[in-house]
Write a protein that binds this ligand. Structure first.
Ligand code: SF4
Length: 236
């Protein structure tokens, strides 16, 4: 049986093509994540939130992230996950992309006529995140995107709970001080590689769509660039 292997990518070189210093951008992103995590921990310490490890409900719908967040999460995966696990993740991501290609690509296209953003498309897109392990645990938890850090523990724009019904019911009628999700997430706009958002399968297609390596090729640890690069707009 022929299976595909997907090499580690030189993410720093890929970012450099877009004029971004990835190491510096990672440091800045790490600080933003740490600050959000710290504030969330303070505000929710006494709330006994019903979220529990391996509850993955919020990872079974379209989750959006910017290129810098993808680079950070995938860098973590390249450093910490085995080749086998990474290959499975990429294969799942590419499979999901093919299943939903029309909808996913439309998210990068013009806003639908009569709408002011892509929400009407995004709500139609549901899939299990390719980075979820079989047991329902995020395999890049420490490096997960900003919306995962905010979901279930922050306010949405209407000062309701940005989270699932379970958390909403748990916190109903409580007097709360929480982080506001939108301004917190928008802090990432100060970083390079942050000016659009897409879903994980789109990124896997972008990075790996053209470069699956056949099983007999043992050059899989050599960093390789995608054959084509989509435009990345630098936030600097
Ligand atoms: S990367 Fe992790 S936290 Fe984010 S959607 Fe996927 S499984 Fe969930």
């Amino acid at each position: 049986m022929t299976s595909r292997r997907y090499p580690r990518i030189d993410l720093g070189a890929l970012a450099l093509e877009a004029g971004a210093d990835l190491a510096d951008a990672f440091l800045r992103l790490k600080k933003i994540y740490a600050d959000i995590d710290r504030r969330n921990a303070t505000h929710t310490a006494d709330l006994d939130l019903p979220c529990h490890r391996a509850c993955s409900g919020c990872c079974e719908e379209a989750v959006f992230l910017s290129p810098i967040e993808f680079f950070y999460a995938w860098d973590h995966a390249q450093r910490n996950l085995s080749d086998e696990v990474r290959n499975e993740i990429v294969a799942r991501g590419l499979r999901i992309y093919r299943q939903h290609q029309t909808l996913i690509d439309a998210l990068s296209g013009p806003v639908p006529v009569g709408d002011h953003d892509h929400t009407s498309l995004a709500v139609q897109l549901r899939f299990r995140c390719p980075l979820l392990g079989a047991g329902g645990q995020c395999q890049v938890y420490e490096a997960r995107e900003v919306y995962a850090r905010l979901f279930g523990c922050s306010f949405n724009e209407e000062s309701g709970i940005y989270g699932c019904d379970l958390v909403g019911a748990h916190l109903a009628d409580r007097t709360l001080t929480l982080v506001r999700a939108k301004p917190a997430a928008e802090r990432i706009l100060a970083l390079p590689l942050s000016r659009f958002q897409q879903v994980y399968p789109w990124y896997f297609q972008w990075v790996y769509g053209a470069i699956g390596i056949e099983e007999q090729d043992d050059d899989d640890n050599k960093p390789q660039m995608p054959k084509s690069s989509l435009p990345i707009v630098s936030g600097d």
